[in-house]
Design a protein around this ligand. Structure first.
Ligand code: UT7
Length: 304
């Protein structure tokens, strides 16, 4: 499709495979599948949910929100919900918001879904982006608990809107609504200045990881598993190296999925759980940087 090689892609990114949803499958379909699996694993019904947050930049449509479509499909009759737009940091922001809804005492069960069908907004004639992204979804069920040794520890989330132009989809909103010209100019696709994003990601991921550990009086040695957003192996390696995390403390699965935007962290967590790399009480550090620029880290004690 484009002038590239497997060697270039693997060496520069670490990605070997991407998954592309069937043409009739939209983000809500992936989100519902992930949600059902999370509910089944926990053994609760959709009617137990108080809220559903769908983190995505590829909603089925601008409105109704994908959260509404998911609520209906699941039959989550008591749940309210909304879409959270923070690109690759979406899931980390979602975890922060969900944990605070629970901490406020007003919610007991909050479903956080990271779901993106990136193939719908990728220009498959642009080699600088099309090799990077794939489709996927994953979900976490956050629950109220009286156990003090598990759960949310803390967060640091940031926005630097001055980086907005380096990773964006220019058209389709109120600034540049869809028109013949926007389609002709390929403005409904992801545009990225890779090096700008790369530099920010390396600097910010390290900065946030260092600071959240300091803030909570932990050292890198205390972290049991680092689960970063999966965009580029070199970004993850640079962060892990400077933090002093050995390979066994770093979750890496982007070779199998590519960058699935809001879905990378729940997909990586699921693979970590399947591989037996997480046990109750483990200190987990989630970190992401993405379009916006957005960035965030969450510290959790694994509860399950
Ligand atoms: O998840 C949201 C946040 N996004 C990210 O974190 C992505 C951050 N950025 C990156 O991961 C990297 O910048 C990329 C993987 C996107 C690009 O890697 P790079 O090492 O920064 O490459 P580059 O953009 O500096 O391009 C180097 C060369 C260029 O050729 P010249 O100008 O040196 O002749 C590109 O045209 O590589 C060329 N190139 C490619 N060559 C083969 C760009 N894409 C490709 C490709 N195949 N697919």
């Amino acid at each position: 499709m484009v002038d590239t090689t497997d060697t270039w892609i693997v060496e520069r990114t670490g990605i070997r495979q991407r998954h592309i949803a069937e043409a009739n499958v939209a983000t809500s379909d992936l989100a519902v599948a992930a949600a059902r699996e999370a509910l089944r694993n926990r053994g609760i019904g959709a009617e137990d949910l108080d809220a559903i947050i769908v983190c995505t930049v590829t909603p089925d449509m601008l409105f109704p929100s994908t959260a509404c479509l998911v609520q209906d499909q699941l039959g989550a009759s008591r749940a309210w919900g909304f879409d959270l737009v923070a690109a690759c940091s979406g899931f980390v922001y979602g975890l922060t918001v969900g944990s605070h809804l629970i901490a406020a005492g007003t919610h007991r069960q909050v479903l956080i879904i990271g779901a993106d069908t990136m193939s719908r907004i990728i220009d498959y004639t642009d080699r600088s982006t099309c090799v990077l992204f794939g489709d996927g979804a994953g979900a976490f069920l956050l629950e109220a608990t009286t156990e003090e040794s598990v759960g949310f520890v803390g967060h640091r989330n940031e926005v630097d809107g001055s980086g907005g132009s380096f990773l964006q989809m220019p058209a389709g909103g109120s600034r540049l609504p869809a028109s013949f010209a926007t389609v002709q100019d390929r403005q409904h696709y992801v545009k990225q200045e890779g090096q700008q994003v790369f530099r920010f990601a390396v600097r910010k991921m390290l900065d946030l990881c260092e600071n959240i550990l300091k803030q909570h009086n932990f050292t890198p040695d205390d972290v049991d598993l680092f689960i970063p957003h999966q965009a580029n192996q070199r970004i993850i390696a640079a962060t892990a190296e400077r933090m002093g995390f050995p390979a066994e403390k770093v979750m890496l699965n982007l070779e199998h999925y590519g960058n699935t935007t809001a879905a990378t962290i729940p997909l990586a967590t699921k693979d970590a759980v399947s591989a037996g790399r997480l046990k109750k009480g483990d200190l987990v550090l989630f970190a992401a940087v993405g379009a916006g620029f957005t960035a965030g880290v969450n510290l959790w004690r694994w509860a399950y």
